[in-house]
Structures are given as structure tokens and as C-alpha cells.
Write a protein that binds this ligand. Structure first.
Ligand code: UDP
Ligand code: MG
Length: 325
């Protein structure tokens, strides 16, 4: 069986079409399927539609969060509830076409454990496209493991990989990174990322920034190392400067007829002070990002709270699903 995990946050307009597209795409999958919709605290009619959908077609199951916990958390919850031998992750806005899944399944049958989509064309505005482009390059440069460029969460994964993902206790989840970290045989398949079918983008700029920071910080110490390296060089240069000015003071020599003591030096002094002050604050902010994440981890709060769910027969063992992560 294949499980399809779909996080949805205010996606009521997309659900009817999502249903049709999945039903027709599933004819090519050559195996039974279940769909696990995760309602991430939607404020529109998403939950109502999911309830109706489940009543009509019991293969469509759902869990519903008590509030908005975020896309990566919603996907993580769906993965805990998925029972399939292979699990697909899709967006509810139909940007990841369900019709591609059967190509992914071919690779799975050939023995790959993770098959992820690589976005060839993005139908998004220039700013967003460039930001994504830059982010994936910075991530690749920073990160200590190999995270494929331009691959999102759209993928299918073998049960083994899903079990490992479920066994990972971390709270700041950057799923595409964790997925690479797990290893096994992975392969990327190019596909064209569609435009959103209906509704507005649910990833606000803040959420996207947080995801980007999660990606970089959870997979690398390099930002800390850069801060350290920079501080080291600044310290060396200032130390040489101290020796130089000290000697100058005692011996009162001139370099190329120029005597530093005669220069008022206010501008350069203020500028360097401001610069170093800025760098220090930035570095402290950077430490803060790491420390905040450590704080999140040690609190050991459940990753999410489920207020309603339907379609899981052994629900007594699954609930509370939140304590299993
Ligand atoms: N999503 C979610 N919780 C959020 C934000 C988004 O579950 O807080 C879902 C959303 O419903 C969609 C998917 O995550 O199915 C991707 O979101 P979106 O299309 O807004 O972002 P994109 O990846 O296209 O920039
Ligand atoms: Mg989208």
C-alpha cells in the first residue's frame, strides 16, 4: 500500500480538485492507497471538507491539529500515521502533481528508497525564485551532509526511511535535510513545479525565513565557524595594530612621511567601532539562533496536539500520536 501525506492549511478551495486528481492518478499506481490529510489548524472549511471526504471515501483519512503548527510539523505527523510500505508527500495546492507519483514508484520498484522531485521550472515571481536559488546554494555550501539542490518535500519514501524519520526526536524539523541525512539509495527526478491551483500562499515570509534558518542551522556549524574565524582575524589585525601604534608612540617614526598621531582619526575610529559592534551583535544573534533551538529541544514539548482524527482503526495505540515523536 502507498500512503499519501498531504498537509493543508486553509486549503478548502483546493480539496475537491485534489481529490479528483488523486483518484485519477492512483489508477497508475498498481497498489491500494490511503491519503492522510493533515489539517494544520485551518480557519476555513478545510476540516469540514475533510470530514465529508472521509465519509464519502474512507481511504481519505485525516488528522486535525489544535492550532497552526507549521508545514514541516504537519508532514511529520502525517508520516507517523502513515501505514503504507511506501509514503508520498504532496502539497495540498497541487503544485506537486500527483500524476508524477507513478514515475517515482517505478524507481521505488527498482530498489531506490527515496525518490524526490527536483524542480526544473518554478512558476513563481522573480524575487522568490532568486531567493530559493540562493538559499539552496548557501545551504549546500554550509551543510555537512549532502542536501540535493532545488529539491523540496515532494517525494516518495520507503517504509525503512519513514521509520527512521519517525524515530528522530528533533523539534525543528527540516524534512528534506533529515531525509538526506538518513541515506540509503536516493534519486532525484526532475519535474515541473506547477503554479498554485487556488488560494494564497500559506508560507508567509516569516515562516519561509524560519524554514531557511532551520535548514542551515540544523545541518551545519559553519555559521558559528565563520563568526569565529572572522573574530580571530580581526583580533590578529588589531593586535598588530596595537604593537604598531605602541612602537610609534615610543619611537615616533614616520611611514612615508606620514605620522598617524597627527591624524585626528575620528571618522575611522567611529566607523571601525560601529563595524565591530555590528559584527558582534550579528554574531550574538547567530548564537541566539542556536541556543533558541537547543531550548526548543530540551523543553521536550510534544511536537503537535491533535484535536480530531478519523480513519485510523488502531487509533487507541496511535493516540496520542504526539508523544511518539
Ligand atoms: N502549509 C501548512 N501549514 C502552514 C503553511 C503551509 O500545512 O503553516 C501547507 C499548505 O497548505 C500547502 C503546503 O504546506 O499544502 C505548502 O504551502 P504553500 O503552498 O503555501 O507554500 P509553497 O511551498 O508553495 O511556497
Ligand atoms: Mg504551494
Amino acid at each position: 500500500m502507498i500512503s499519501v501525506v498531504i498537509p493543508a492549511f486553509n486549503e478548502a478551495e483546493n480539496i475537491p480538485n485534489l481529490y479528483r486528481r488523486i483518484i485519477s492518478a492512483a489508477q497508475n499506481w498498481q497498489m491500494p492507497f490511503e491519503v492522510i490529510m493533515v489539517d494544520d489548524g485551518s480557519k476555513d472549511k478545510t476540516l469540514e471538507l475533510l470530514q465529508k471526504l472521509h465519509a464519502k471515501d474512507s481511504r481519505f483519512k485525516y488528522i486535525s491539529f489544535s492550532r497552526n503548527f507549521g508545514h514541516q510539523t504537519a508532514v511529520s505527523a502525517g508520516l507517523v500515521y502513515a501505514q503504507g510500505d511506501v509514503v508520498a508527500i504532496l502539497d495540498a495546492d497541487l503544485q506537486d502533481p500527483p500524476e508524477e507519483i507513478h514515475r517515482f514508484l517505478e524507481k521505488w520498484r527498482q530498489g531506490y528508497q527515496v525518490i524526490y522531485g527536483i524542480r526544473t521550472h518554478r512558476k513563481e515571481n522573480f524575487f522568490k525564485k532568486s531567493a530559493y536559488y540562493l538559499f539552496y546554494r548557501i545551504l549546500a555550501w554550509c551543510s555537512s551532509i549532502e542536501i540535493p539542490l532545488d529539491s523540496g518535500d515532494f517525494c516518495i519514501m520507503d517504509r525503512t526511511v519513514v521509520s527512521w524519520l519517525n524515530a528522530m526526536p528533533e523539534r525543528n524539523r527540516f524534512i528534506r535535510g533529515l531525509r538526506s541525512w538518513i541515506g540509503y539509495r536516493q534519486i532525484g527526478i526532475p519535474y515541473e513545479r506547477q503554479a498554485r491551483f487556488a488560494g494564497e500562499v500559506k508560507y508567509t515570509f516569516r515562516k519561509l525565513m524560519r524554514l531557511a534558518l532551520d535548514g542551515i542551522i540544523n545541518f551545519s556549524y559553519r555559521p558559528l565557524q565563520i563568526a569565529g574565524t572572522f573574530g580571530f582575524f580581526v583580533a590578529i589585525i588589531s593586535f598588530l595594530g596595537i604593537i604598531f601604534f605602541f612602537l610609534h608612540r615610543i619611537l615616533n617614526f614616520k611611514i612615508f612621511g606620514y605620522s598617524p598621531q597627527n591624524v585626528p582619526g575620528f571618522t575611522s575610529l567611529i566607523l571601525s567601532l560601529l563595524f565591530i559592534g555590528g559584527v558582534q551583535l550579528f554574531t550574538m544573534g547567530l548564537f541566539g539562533e542556536y541556543i533558541g533551538r537547543i531550548f526548543d529541544e530540551v523543553k521536550q514539548r510534544p511536537l503537535y496536539i491533535i484535536k480530531d482524527q478519523r480513519g485510523f482503526d488502531n487509533s487507541s495505540t496511535l493516540l496520542p500520536g504526539n508523544t511518539r515523536l
